[in-house]
Design a protein around this ligand. Structure first.
Ligand code: HAM
Length: 417
């Protein structure tokens, strides 16, 4: 047999084949289970939003908005964008649907596809999946620590070892004013020696220069946000550290960590893993106390994070997943096939996975297919079985075969033995 096609998936997108999809399902089950144990409520939001939403909230000066968004016009000339991250959509939903009326504290989580036009490489895709958590209404450092813990719980339940946590505080707009002034005066003379991105950031968002990988050495003596924190921000960060200590969570303070999105205030954090190579950030987040007000709401603190599921999957321990079906039907003639078909439908209602050959191939071919499908059990029916009102039930692992009455309850009893 030869199948030839010139169609390939688009660069930066990924196909997930059945064996891998099992791992994804298990992973998503763990995420949902853990998130719900923290009383986060799942939300889903559209694949595309108005471009303005991301421009305003993710921020005009960010790499995402400047060069990574998939933006297009609809037939009415409206500018739309495939969502590059989830926080703006969650905040929009919160405001649009009056979710603030449901109580002072709202906790959401999501498992969604995101789209960024980045140069594809290991762990970096143009379409990828994230799970994220957002807590709207709490300004407490306890919330930030709890968010961190929820992500670490998920890594632990998935048996992912070696995730490191980096934390920092970038202060509130008040303390940031002094910091940015000092930073700019420090950078002024050095600008000609810094990269193109840093030169642009100097006027748009100078704080981001701190996490430039290329110029790290040249800016190592730059003033840092931590040197300018007001008493409130300092206390908040100490409380965050204390809470992490209390939960016995190990962390590194990275004074250069500022994160790439414009909305962050105070706490920022990232989860990194050395096995991921250059794309070593498996997740990240922080506080965004100004965003809700900026987007038209009341002054409302908020905090959250997102983890790249595709990257997280690269960290799962190697384990071969075997596709299998509980029951496969093998029949000798048309009438037996119909009787068996009916039994399979009853068994499916009781939660068993079942299959049969719809092409009525030979008995040998049906057994071959049962093997290929890794069937745990095979139900065999021929004329003789029908006349006697029984089926043959074969346990494929043990190779044992037994006669069982042609009655769904009796078959189930036998399957459960
Ligand atoms: P982010 O750091 O831009 O944060 O993305 C979070 C995670 O998404 C990253 O740590 C990474 O694992 C994954 N990721 C990002 N880009 C790609 C890519 N091209 N391919 C594969 N994985 C990728 C946010 O998105 C914020 N919304 C997080 C947040 C929520 N902050 C507060 N609330």
């Amino acid at each position: 047999m030869s199948y030839k096609s010139n169609f390939k998936n688009v660069k930066g997108t990924r196909d997930i084949l059945p064996e891998e999809a099992i791992k994804w399902k298990k992973t998503e089950d763990v995420i949902r289970g853990k998130m719900e144990s923290y009383n986060f409520r799942e939300v889903k939001f559209p694949t595309f939003e108005s471009t303005d939403l991301f421009r305003k909230s993710t921020g005009e000066s960010t790499d995402i908005v400047r060069k990574e968004m998939f933006t297009f016009e609809d037939m009415g000339g409206r500018s739309l964008t495939l969502k590059p991250e989830g926080t703006p959509s969650v905040v929009r939903m919160f405001l649009q649907h009056g979710l603030f009326n449901r109580g002072a504290l709202q906790k959401f989580y999501y498992i969604e596809r995101m789209f960024r036009q980045e140069r594809p490489q290991k762990g970096r895709y143009r379409e990828f999946r994230q799970f994220g958590a957002e807590v709207i209404g709490s300004g407490s450092a306890e919330t930030d620590a709890q968010l961190v813990k929820s992500a670490l719980d998920i890594f632990e339940e998935l048996d992912i070892k070696g995730v490191e946590l980096n934390i920092n505080s970038i202060g509130c707009p008040k303390c940031r004013k002094d910091f940015v002034r000092e930073l700019k005066s420090f950078l002024k003379e050095k600008l000609t020696g810094l990269c193109e991105d840093c030169n642009r950031r100097y006027s748009e968002n100078p704080m981001r220069i701190l996490d430039c990988k290329k110029d790290r050495e040249k800016i190592k003596d730059a003033p840092l946000p931590s040197d300018f924190l007001c008493d409130g921000c300092k206390g908040h960060f100490e409380e965050f550290e204390n809470r992490l200590d209390y939960l016995k969570i190990r962390f590194n303070i990275d004074n250069h960590l500022v994160r790439g999105l414009d909305y962050y205030t105070k706490t920022v954090f990232e989860f990194i893993h050395s096995d991921l190579g250059s794309q070593n950030e498996v997740g990240g987040g922080g506080r965004y106390d100004e965003l809700i007000k900026f987007m038209g709401g009341e002054d409302t603190p908020a905090s959250g994070y997102a983890v790249g599921i595709d990257r997280m999957m690269l960290l799962l321990p190697e384990k071969e997943e075997k596709l299998s079906v509980d029951i496969y039907l093998v029949t000798f003639d048309n009438e037996s096939d119909l009787a068996g078909w009916k039994i399979l439908n009853f068994l499916r209602e009781k939660g068993f996975s079942c299959d049969k050959d719809p092409m009525r191939r030979s008995v040998k071919a049906q057994f071959r297919e049962a093997d290929r499908q890794n069937a745990k059990w095979v139900i065999i029916i021929g004329e003789d079985e029908r006349k006697r009102g029984i089926v043959q039930l074969k346990n494929m692992d043990k190779g044992e075969q037994k006669e069982v009455s042609m009655n769904v309850d009796k078959i189930i009893k036998e399957l459960k033995c």
